[in-house]
Design a protein around this ligand. Structure first.
Ligand SMILES: Nc1nc2c(ncn2[C@@H]2O[C@H](COP(=O)(O)OP(=O)(O)OP(=O)(O)O)[C@@H](O)[C@H]2O)c(=O)[nH]1
Length: 315
């Protein structure tokens, strides 16, 4: 449409930032991925998988929505825990919209209320949208009950939702509608990132997250929180034909104790091989290039409690 001849009627371009918050496992990362349409943030059935503020970008002809994926806020037990909570609060104060994820298959509990209470105390409060996640897991009756409980929580905690939306990242229910509602709350302004870009995370971070995700498959207890991955080097193999490139990757999988190293490596290295081949496949999908992955397991004693180690590992 010609903006000059139709003064006032052309839709203004909107752009801005949103993040999803919620207790661990509420479905934040899966929702971010589903909205962006590509695997950016890693997901897993283990709580507290996400450690970085990863951005995914939703591009529309009339809008750009930048999604920030934050770790789940929880009561800190380690120095890492405290730093993660700082990341979360910093993010809240920077975004235009916060989507509060409340899984439909679980009742609103003290953890959810703690989190919403924290949001209620922010000096500059973003627009809030309540998202009833995992809609596919519940009956319509249970959903109604859940939506009523969400509605009631507003008065109880002194917060106000501009919308309450049931969504399933799994089946796709209401995903576009949710994006529309978030975008409608964004200020007018030009795009922050070039069209076509879906994340501004460095490749190394995405790769490290994919390897960590592969390593998390099937591990239990405290081990998930003890794993961190660093990508030491990444380069295209020289001397390959142009139509058959190969990406050489050198990465470290870091754990906190020798006993954990044994678990990760497995009997005669069998687990580590599985982790490597599953990570290679995911990285190949993301970059479209076959990968040679050199993965070493290292022990950095109690890195979650060690300020120097945390700094070195980029937290
Ligand atoms: N059935 C169903 N499962 C879902 C849906 N969304 C997420 N899940 C599952 O719920 C689990 C947690 O999802 P995540 O997206 O990792 O949750 P998160 O809130 O980012 O978790 P943290 O990173 O620990 O804070 C995973 O096993 C997902 O597959 C959904 O819409 N439907």
């Amino acid at each position: 449409m010609n903006r000059d001849s139709a003064a006032g009627s052309a839709p203004a371009f909107r752009s801005g930032f949103a993040c999803f918050v919620g207790r661990p496992n509420a479905g934040k990362s899966t929702l971010t991925n589903a909205l962006v349409g590509s695997k950016i943030a890693i997901t897993s059935s283990k709580p507290q998988t996400t450690r970085h503020a990863i951005r995914g970008i939703v591009n529309r002809p009339d809008a750009q929505l930048v999604l920030i994926d934050t770790p789940g806020l929880h009561r800190p037990r380690t120095l890492l825990g405290e730093r993660l909570n700082d990341v979360v609060r910093d993010t809240w104060s920077e975004v235009d919209v916060v989507g509060i994820c409340l899984p439909s298959n679980e009742r609103i509990g003290p953890g959810d209320k703690y989190l919403m209470g924290q949001i209620a105390q922010l000096p500059k409060r973003p627009k809030l949208i309540a998202i009833a996640t995992k809609e596919d897991l519940v009956t319509p009756n249970r959903m109604i009950e859940h939506l009523q409980a969400i509605d009631a929580v507003q008065a109880e905690l002194g917060i106000e939702f501009v919308h309450i939306v049931p969504v399933s990242a799994e089946s796709g229910t209401n995903l576009n509608e949710l994006a529309d509602l978030i975008i409608a709350e964004l200020p007018q302004g030009p795009a922050y990132y070039p069209d076509g870009e879906i994340t501004d995370e460095p490749d190394e971070t995405l790769i490290a997250e994919l390897i960590r995700e592969a390593a998390l498959e099937g591990v239990r207890d405290e081990l998930p929180h003890s794993i961190v991955v660093t990508v030491e080097e990444m380069r295209l193999r020289e001397g390959r034909p142009e139509d058959r490139p190969l990406l050489d990757l050198f990465a470290n999988l870091i754990v906190e104790r020798d006993s954990q190293k044994g678990i990760i490596i497995g009997h005669k290295g069998s687990r580590l091989r599985e982790v490597g081949s599953s990570a290679r496949e995911q990285i190949r999908k993301l970059f479209g290039t076959p990968v040679h992955l050199d993965l070493r397991v290292k022990v950095v004693k109690d890195w979650q409690r060690d300020a120097k180690a945390l700094n070195r590992l980029g937290f």
